[in-house]
Design a protein around this ligand. Structure first.
Ligand code: ADP
Length: 435
């Protein structure tokens, strides 16, 4: 303002000076000319400012006379605001990224329960597609009646367990919790608990199985004890007494075998693998074969092919139990005169293979995937009759896993089986290098 007044004053002064020299016409003319010039310059400046206002992101025009101070104030304010917005946008982006990365699903809903946003886990859990499902009612997306009933409660103190299916048709269990936040805004948190539920079922089944397995011999044992107790002392012949005691011992041994296998399994599951040492597998095979021959009582033909130079790194007590489990099973599930072939060799692909092949009863295809489950028996009667605990292959599989090995089972019902432990080349000790 002062600048403008000062310019007007200068033009008036110039007009007065020229007017006193050349006459009043010239003086007034100079003043009018000066004022016109000022109007023109000011018009040009306004149009410069208008052009800048159309693209306010740019720096303001360099020199616009009296507007300079105002423009620099506006520009500074704009720049600060922009910086604040940018930092808020960054914070927002980081928060969204964190929400996207959450292992739990998160879905936001408006007051009418329409989907407004969802993260990656929610998309996986509920099969949502952000592009098409945003704006749609959650009741059209999640069509389970239990969910509709839960969502309509209006107060959600507890989560809902929903049994659904994944995109590939597998059963899936989700835990859903609705929470209201703000006004007419809802948050739905989802968690996939399929695995946890499966583990819980396995645990319950396991406890039921253990109880069932122990109860049978225990019932027999108590039955005998009660009979013995109720009988007058001399009503039993010594032969009968011996038979009863023998039968009781059998049941006690059965319980002992189950408990011992359970302890082995629990140790395998809970303890880290002891330091690996060179293990002479062929020596362990010899020992296991001796036990197998005792169990067979001369009823089977044993064939053995062992590479005595082939050694691996591992824990010999564990490997011994896996090796003998497979031989014992071959004996128990192969009828009289069958052949059991035990091999330990280096395969073409470099792995070390321990295999036990029998000409026994074989296993039906539907039983094969479940054989290593605890207490799973394809032939229940035979397993029990031969003193099986139903835990041998579960133990063998654990030992294999702890040695980076794979338990492979090939079998056809009625025509024998081959059980192999395949150890990767990294487990093999290079004896030639050592020498
Ligand atoms: P078990 O103590 O009952 O033998 P395992 O875990 O060792 O328990 O084996 C599980 C089941 O696998 C057995 O009950 C049996 O039905 C089957 N099985 C194991 N080995 C053989 C085999 N060599 N031939 C046929 N069936 C077998």
């Amino acid at each position: 303002m002062t600048k403008t007044l000062f310019t007007v004053f200068l033009w008036a002064l110039a007009g007065y000076a020229l007017g006193s020299w050349f006459g009043p016409h010239i003086g007034w003319g100079t003043l009018v000319f000066g004022l016109l010039l000022m109007v023109l310059v000011s018009g040009r400046q306004v149009s410069q400012i208008t052009r800048w206002a159309q693209d306010i992101e740019r720096a303001p025009p360099a020199s616009v006379g009296p507007w300079d101070d105002i423009l620099s104030l506006i520009y500074r304010k704009l720049r600060n605001d922009r910086r604040v917005i940018e930092s808020q946008e960054n914070d927002m982006k980081r928060m969204l990224e964190a929400a996207e990365a959450l292992p739990d699903g998160a879905v936001t809903l408006d007051g009418d329960m329409n989907l407004t946003w969802c993260n990656r886990s929610a998309r996986q859990h509920l099969g949502l597609r952000s592009k098409t499902d945003i704006g749609h009612s959650i009741f059209n997306i999640l069509r389970a009646p239990e969910f509709a009933a839960y969502a309509r409660q209006g107060r959600w103190n507890e989560a809902l367990q929903l049994h659904t299916q994944s995109s590939d048709g597998q059963p899936k269990t989700l835990l859903l919790q609705l929470v209201d936040y703000g006004r007419d805004r809802f948050l739905m948190v989802t968690r996939d608990i399929t695995q946890i539920e499966r583990l819980e079922t396995t645990r319950k089944d396991f406890v039921a199985n253990v109880s069932h397995e122990l109860r049978t011999p225990l019932t027999v044992l108590t039955g005998f004890l009660e009979t013995l107790q109720d009988m007058p002392p001399d009503s039993l012949s010594s032969e009968q007494r011996l038979r009863y005691v023998g039968l009781m011992q059998e049941q006690a041994a059965r319980m002992e075998a189950i408990v011992s296998d359970l302890l082995t399994l629990s140790t395998l599951e809970s303890s880290p693998l002891a330091d690996a040492e060179p293990v002479d597998i062929s020596a362990l095979v010899q020992k296991a074969l001796q036990q197998g021959r005792v169990l067979s009582r001369g009823q089977h033909v044993f064939v053995e092919h062992c590479d005595e130079t082939l050694q691996i790194e591992g824990v010999d007590t564990e490997l011994a139990s896996a090796i003998s489990n497979l031989i014992t099973n071959a004996v128990r599930y192969t009828p009289k005169d069958g052949t059991i072939t035990v091999s330990w060799y280096r395969d073409k692909d470099g792995s070390a293979v321990y295999s036990v092949q029998d000409t026994g009863i074989g296993i039906a295809a539907q039983d094969l995937p479940r054989l290593t489950e605890r207490f799973y028996r394809a032939d229940r009667g035979r397993s029990r009759a031969t003193g099986g605990t139903g835990l041998g292959l579960a133990i063998t599989k654990h030992v294999a896993m702890r040695h980076d090995a794979e338990l492979r089972i090939q079998s056809r019902y009625g025509s024998g089986s081959t059980f192999s432990l395949v150890f990767p080349p990294k487990r093999i000790i290079n004896t030639t290098e050592q020498a």
